[in-house]
Design a protein around this ligand. Structure first.
Ligand code: TRP
Length: 337
């Protein structure tokens, strides 16, 4: 029999990543490499959140360089631009406009309870700007503009996603059906990679250089950083995050990169020294990162191609975003443009 029914629309996924510094091995293992696995099953958009980046002071040349590098990196990890909409947030004007509209549906009290705002304003006490305060509203707009169903985010963003859902429900209460209320998407496998120098904290690109492995670090840098990673003094290879956070972190990095079970790795290495473990970790990192870096360099040497990717991405994203923005503006009572 002939199929007459149109196929159901795929669920839509949107995520954003800030162009502040190069992503780390932790970003790669915990988030970015999973994105590639979603591209057939879902309708995916990945946005380089450059508007969010300026909530802290940026050096123009550096912001520009990091933004284009991040695009090249998204391609280098294998995201196909035909299947994933890749774009710069600032290229789709609807983000700034939606941000304003949603500011008028968000309360000061809600924003002041955001833990990231408290942390960041302590860290940048000389520049507690309104953008930093209202950052989650801009992020809510990013998500709601595309009627995203699912948002892959790390632990540090769950509060922002919650507020996005609150705003969506509030606006829908006033103007029914404007927004899809999104949910968090948490991949089944996703090891949390910890700092090499303080393995009780998450690996972060804003920490000193020897705490993290950057996706673009040279093999020498990777080996040096892993060799200096904090372990402990009992010289036993065992997976025990509570009592042996450093060693356990190295084991889970190795497990994430090789696909082998973390306990099986620990077992097979028992009796060996920490130096052996570190060598294995460093070589697994280099093996994973080298092909990504090779592709990254190829993309970076083809500026015309990168430009065609981000132009097409912004065009596709802009059309989707405009549909939602104009729907909301009409409901609010603005004269149609
Ligand atoms: N705030 C996110 C971060 O710093 C980045 C981001 C901006 C984002 N807009 C988004 C993530 C929309 C998910 C969805 O990690």
């Amino acid at each position: 029999m002939e199929q007459t029914q149109a196929p159901a629309r795929k669920q839509r996924i949107l995520s954003g990543i800030q162009p502040s510094g190069t992503p780390t091995l932790g970003n790669y293992i915990g988030a970015m490499r999973n994105w590639k696995l979603l591209e057939d099953e879902y309708d995916c958009l990945y946005m380089i959140a450059d508007l969010h980046a300026i909530t802290v002071r940026q050096e123009p040349a550096k912001l520009r360089a990091q933004s284009i590098q991040l695009l090249a990196l998204l391609l280098a990890i294998g995201l196909a631009p035909e299947k994933n909409v890749l774009f710069f947030q600032s290229h789709v004007r609807q983000h700034a406009e939606m941000g304003w509209l949603l500011n008028c549906f968000t309360y000061m009290g809600e924003m002041s309870r955001m833990t990231q705002f408290k942390d960041k304003s302590a860290k940048h006490a000389d520049n507690i700007n309104c953008g930093l305060f209202t950052y989650p509203v801009l992020m809510a707009g990013d998500i709601l503009l595309y009627q995203a169903n699912l948002v892959p985010v790390g632990q540090d963003q769950t509060q922002h996603l919650e507020i996005c859902r609150d705003i969506a429900n509030r606006v829908n209460g006033l103007y029914p059906g404007v927004f899809t209320v999104p949910q968090g998407y948490y991949p089944k496998v996703g090891a949390r990679v910890m700092s090499l120098q303080d393995p009780t904290r998450k690996m972060s690109k804003s920490d000193p250089d020897d705490c993290f492995i950057g996706i673009l670090d040279t093999p020498d840098a990777v080996r040096r950083k892993v060799r200096r990673a904090v372990t402990d003094s009992d010289a036993q290879i065992r997976f025990d995050p509570e009592n042996k956070p450093g060693v356990s972190n190295l084991l889970s990095i190795l497990s994430a990169l090789t696909g082998e079970d973390v306990h099986a790795i620990a077992e097979s290495m028992s009796g060996k020294g920490y130096g052996d473990l570190k060598n294995a970790v460093a070589e697994a990192c280099v093996e994973t990162l080298t092909p990504i870096q090779d592709r990254f360099n190829q993309y970076m040497s083809d500026k015309a191609y990168l430009e065609s990717v981000y132009r097409t991405g912004a065009e596709r994203a802009g059309k989707m975003a405009e549909r939602t923005l104009s729907k909301l503006m009409k409901k609010i009572g603005f004269i149609a443009r």
